[in-house]
Structure formats: C-alpha cells, structure tokens
Design a protein around this ligand. Structure first.
Ligand code: PXP
Length: 248
C-alpha cells in the first residue's frame, strides 16, 4: 500500500476571532498564515461563516493574493458560498455543516440526507476547478455516499476521538479511533483522498497521523491556542515534528 505524504493545513480562523474582539486589524490573519507557512504549513484553511464571526470576505480575497500554498476554503453548501468560491477559485473547498448557534463545527455533514442539495453544488465547485472535500463522520456508508457524489476528498471529523482523549477515557478513545481507522481504510479503498481534522492537538495527533492513507490534517484551535505560549511558528513546527515522528 502506498503511504501518502502527510500535509498540514493550518486553520487561522481564531486569529480573526481575536482581531474581531477589538475591531481593527490586529492580529492580522494573513500575517499569521504567512508565519505558519514559513514554519512548515503546507496549506492554509479558513472558514467563511454565514455570520462572518471570524474570517471575513476581505480576508479570503487577501489570502488568495498573498498565499503561495493552497487555500482550503471551508464553507457551508449555500448558494452564497458557492458563488464566492466559484468567483475566487481557491485550490480547495471543504463543505461543512453550519448552524448559527454552534460554537464550532459540531458534527460531520449529513451527506446521505442532503445529497440532492449537495450534488449540484459539488458539481458547480468541481466545474470551477476547485477540489471539493466533504467534512463527514468516519462511517463506511458515508464514504460510499461521498464516492457517489463524486467528491474526490473526504475530511474525517476527529472531534469525538479528540474529546475522548482529552477526557482520558481510554475505552472511548479506542472506539473512536477504530471508527477513524475503518473509515480511512474503506474510503481510501474506494479511491477517496482522506483528510482528517477537528480538535487535533499534540496529545491526540499521532494515532491519526500514523495512518498511511491520511494525506492531510487540518488543525486550528490547538495551534492558535498554543501560539499564545510559544509563538505560532513554534506551535506549527512542534505539530509538524509530532506528525513526522508518528509517520517515521
Ligand atoms: N476541519 C474542519 C472541517 C473544521 O471545521 C475545523 C474547525 O474549524 C477544523 C478542521 C479544525 O478544527 P480545530 O480548530 O479544532 O483544530
């Protein structure tokens, strides 16, 4: 079996959260993105939410201008977002569920229940040359549906696994990890590119990074939080080192 090189996508949403707390321009998410890239990020992820609570339209346009690495544009599957994506044409679009009242993206996209809504939007993004990924729960039936929807990539939601790790619940950690392993192997067998993300931190990244079929991890909160203590460049390079050690 081929082992994919493992990429790190750094999610910079929470740099914008801090900026917006005061208005103004500081801290600048674009500067954070460039710092992350210099420290070893292979790509930058940013989520333009309907309520613009962190990243704003101007941030996405500025990232498109400034970045020399791929931008992974996280978005809800709405006509507004499809319009923005097909106009700006980022390298990738990751379709996520979005609820106004949630603090973060709480679960994977229900791609079985919403397939009729998703199919034309996936087709429109793909036709614009954007690589579509679907942020989904690690389940085999969901992998089958991603394939049917002709999305080339799935990003497996690692939130439940990371929650179990941080609660120190060994049995639940093992159970959640086994769901990720099964979905990864099954999805890769169907020809899907496998990404993973949500909640990953230094204490949870290794077992996911070790899976040879996983091609990309998208990590935000832990890196931006750790940056307060060690700086963003060091937080990114420590994460890269943990990913490399897990793969070695
Ligand atoms: N991947 C997706 C699709 C997400 O929605 C998020 C959170 O914005 C992440 C990865 C990163 O999660 P975290 O900020 O917990 O690392």
């Amino acid at each position: 079996m081929l082992t994919s090189p493992l990429r790190l996508g750094v999610n910079i949403d929470h740099v914008a959260t801090v900026r917006n707390a005061r208005g103004g321009h500081h801290p600048d998410p674009i500067r954070a993105a460039l710092t992350a890239v210099e420290a070893g990020a292979d790509g930058i992820t940013a989520h333009l939410r309907e309520d613009r609570r962190h990243i704003r339209d101007a941030d996405i346009a500025a990232l498109m201008e400034a970045l020399t690495v791929p931008l992974n544009f996280e978005m809800a599957a709405t006509d507004e977002m499809v319009g923005i994506a097909t106009r700006l044409r980022p390298h990738a679009a990751c379709l996520v569920p979005e609820k106004r009242e949630e603090r973060t993206t709480e679960g994977g996209l229900d791609i079985v229940g919403t397939r009729d809504h998703l199919a034309p939007r996936i087709a429109a993004l793909s036709a614009a040359g954007i690589r579509v990924s679907l942020f989904v729960e690690p389940e085999e039936a969901v992998m089958d549906m991603a394939r049917r929807l002709e999305a080339p990539v799935v990003e497996l939601h690692t939130g439940s696994y990371c929650e179990a790790v941080s609660e120190g619940d060994a049995a639940r950690t093992a159970h959640e990890l086994s769901r990720i392993v099964r979905a990864t192997e099954y999805g890769a067998g169907l020809g899907l590119e496998i990404h993973a993300g949500h909640g990953l931190a230094l204490d949870s990244v290794a077992p996911v990074a070790r899976l040879p079929q996983v091609a990309e991890l998208n990590i935000g909160h832990a890196l931006i939080g750790e940056a307060i203590f060690v700086g963003l460049a060091r937080a990114v390079s420590d994460m890269r080192a943990a990913m490399a050690a897990a793969r070695a």
